[in-house]
Design a protein around this ligand. Structure first.
Ligand code: TMP
Ligand code: ASP
Length: 257
């Protein structure tokens, strides 16, 4: 299929979004080399980062599709493009935590790495200017970001299902999934692409990569994700590239869609 890039629609921190000519049901996501943290306050980049994140995200989305977790991935294009089903993004970041790290560890002054009696799902309001504040399920409904309690429950349940799949996916290359962030949208049925939204009408979107997951080496505990940049640990590019290389070695044959 020859996709043609259409009008520019939206600039994100790590991706730009374009229309796809003659396909109003699709968008063209272009992964950029930018690296940002703390809601854009800290900025950097490395050459090829867009390609690495597109490739990791593509592997993850194709793996999830195979595992019957519907998502917006349709096809990869060029080195840094991804054709996706157009969705109306819900302004919530859905975070799943298997161990405490990052903002929640800091907020409660609990030491990083503490295990949890069960995986935790948290919601954050997607608004950089406000620093993506924590939002309760009740607030998310009251403010109209989702319409019903059953939608919130559905997002929690779906995020936990994705968690089980992703833990397995990364464990296979020696990495422990500490936490990660998902975004969902409301999608329309897309014929023949296998991207049918779930019964509540949601489709998993955005990206899933070293930018949006915390991944620690199972043996040494070494951080392999964006915390290398957030915490000035160095070796960001090497780490991202190594994660991709290991994922490709392990999964590319099995995924093949
Ligand atoms: P946090 O500990 O900073 O709340 O982050 C939890 C997880 O969500 C972590 O894996 C990083 C990811 N994340 C994003 O992908 N984007 C964001 O804007 C934030 C705040 C976190
Ligand atoms: N995703 C946010 C940013 O790019 C926050 C973070 O990752 O720390 O600024």
């Amino acid at each position: 299929m020859k996709w043609i890039k259409g009008d520019f629609l939206h600039a994100g921190k790590a991706k730009d979004v374009y229309a796809v000519k003659n396909h109003s049901e699709l968008v063209w996501m272009e992964f950029k080399d930018n690296l940002t943290a703390f809601n854009g306050k800290k900025k950097s980049s490395f050459k090829g980062k867009g390609q690495v994140n597109r490739d990791i995200s593509s592997l993850v989305f194709r793996f999830l599709k195979k595992e019957k977790i519907n998502n917006h991935w349709v096809a990869d294009i060029n080195d840094t493009g991804m054709i996706c089903q157009k969705i109306k993004v819900v302004p919530l970041e859905v975070v799943v935590r298997n161990r405490l790290a990052g903002s929640t560890a800091k907020k409660f002054q609990i030491s990083e790495g503490q295990s949890l009696s069960k995986s935790l799902v948290e919601f954050y309001y997607k608004k950089d200017e406000l620093g993506d504040p924590f939002i309760s399920s009740e607030q998310a409904i009251a403010f109209g970001f989702v319409s019903t309690k059953s939608e919130i429950e559905f997002l929690k349940e779906k995020a936990l299902q994705v968690n089980e799949k992703l833990k397995y996916f990364f464990d296979a290359i020696g990495l422990e999934l500490i936490d990660f962030k998902l975004e969902f949208g409301k999608g329309e049925d897309l014929k023949n692409q296998g991207n049918k939204p779930d019964e509540e009408g949601f489709l998993l979107g955005d990206e899933i990569s070293c930018d949006s997951c915390r991944l620690w080496d199972k043996k040494t505990g070494e951080k392999k994700d964006k915390d290398r940049f957030r915490l000035d640990l160095g070796g960001v590019e090497e780490s991202y590239r190594k994660v991709l290389e290991c994922l490709e070695q392990k999964w590319i044959q099995e995924i093949k869609i």
